[in-house]
Design a protein around this ligand. Structure first.
Ligand code: TYM
Length: 337
């Protein structure tokens, strides 16, 4: 496809994942699974947000390996470089360039009020760096750079999307329409998958408890063990209820991974006891992820292919990004090179 014709024809979808911890089934259900379904209808751009994760100190060699592994996991899940642009954020310098410019249209107070900034600065008290505060502006740059209409994310990113919309609208009002004002696409089901060990908390990719989160490339035995240990409650009936967060979370995972409705699962498992319910849920996840893991292992043996796909993706991304940057620079009065 040529970028020009598709930009005119289809709406742009943009999203990304930070290469920290592991890609969990929460990331899969809340984000990647929705991306897969959008690839035919939209022009999709999916980045590995490797500049964002620098807000926390990384070990360089491990970081490089993890970012490559995440890229392979994108492909293994079925993101298709023939349909979508897949690339590393750091390969397209325009992200940082636009972030700087947007900084000048963003208020410090707005950033200090962001929930994630407050949480992360409490968690990393010894390293409350400017990047942590500025994180949402870089994310706005990611999105606005490509004239994105839709951003498929989990519920935890909603506030970041709102600020991206505010920044776009503010800029458009000062000058003239420059950026498409993006909308969050948050699926009704699975936008917040909970930890298997603490159903009141989000499943997090960097949870220190290894039983709390399932990686999309965990081996079958590990997946089964984690599901068998999943925290439920002491009233052994399978129902989707607010006061049964553990069971409801498993029902959501089971439903998304099999395509079955929650009602039909409740009907089948209502009185079977938790052991069978958890084992069958684990089995469904194993089966869904089996091809992902196999393809991932194959791809990790072909680093040259991964590098080629990333290079092509970055080149295509750069072309779109450069157009937006020229437009922005003209509007704000920079002398064009
Ligand atoms: P990140 O890396 O924390 O998460 C990646 C995606 O997974 C979703 N997600 C979840 N969904 C359901 N249940 C969960 N437990 C769960 N945990 C995470 C997130 O909502 C997200 O969609 N700032 C972003 C990365 C980013 C980005 C962007 C996203 C950078 N630039 C531009 C969209 C557009 C982040 O940290 O996501």
């Amino acid at each position: 496809m040529t970028e020009q014709s598709n930009v005119e024809r289809k709406k742009i979808v943009y999203s990304g994942i930070q290469p920290t911890g592991i890609i969990t089934i929460g990331n899969y259900i809340g984000a990647i699974n929705n991306w897969l379904g959008m690839q035919d209808e939209y022009d999709c751009i999916f980045g590995i947000a490797d500049l964002h994760a620098l807000t926390v100190r990384q070990v360089p060699a491990e970081y490089r390996a993890r970012a490559t592994s995440f890229f392979a996991q994108y492909l293994a899940c079925g993101l298709d470089p023939e349909k979508s642009i897949l690339y590393f954020q750091s390969h397209v310098a325009e992200h940082s360039e636009l972030a700087w410019i947007l900084n000048c249209y963003t208020y410090v107070g707005e950033m200090q009020r962001m929930t994630q900034f407050k949480d992360k600065s409490a968690k990393h008290e010894d390293n409350v760096n400017m990047g942590l505060l500025d994180y949402p502006v870089l994310m706005a740059a990611d999105i606005l750079l490509y004239q994105t209409s839709l951003v498929p994310v989990g519920i935890d990113q909603k506030q970041h999307l709102e600020i991206a919309r505010d920044i776009a609208t503010r800029f458009n009002n000062i000058y003239s329409p420059t950026f498409t004002v993006p909308e969050a696409y948050i699926a009704k089901s699975g936008a917040k998958i909970a930890s298997l060990q603490n159903p009141s908390a989000k499943m997090s990719k960097s949870d220190p408890d290894p039983n709390a989160a399932v990686s999309i490339i965990d081996d079958p035995d590990t997946i089964m063990r984690k599901f068998k240990r999943a925290v439920t409650d002491c009233e052994p009936v399978v129902e989707y209820r607010e006061d049964k967060p553990g069971v409801s979370n498993l029902l959501t995972i089971f439903s998304v991974m099999t395509g079955r409705s929650i009602d039909s699962l409740v009907e089948e498992y209502h009185d079977t006891g938790y052991a069978k319910f958890k084992a069958d849920c684990g089995e469904a996840v194993v089966e869904k992820l089996r091809p992902v893991r196999e393809e991932y292992l194959r791809l990790m043996d072909d680093k040259k292919y991964l590098a080629d796909v990333a290079a092509k993706g970055a080149e295509r991304a750069r072309r779109i990004a450069a157009r937006t940057m020229t437009k922005v620079k003209k509007k704000i009065g920079l002398v064009l090179a």
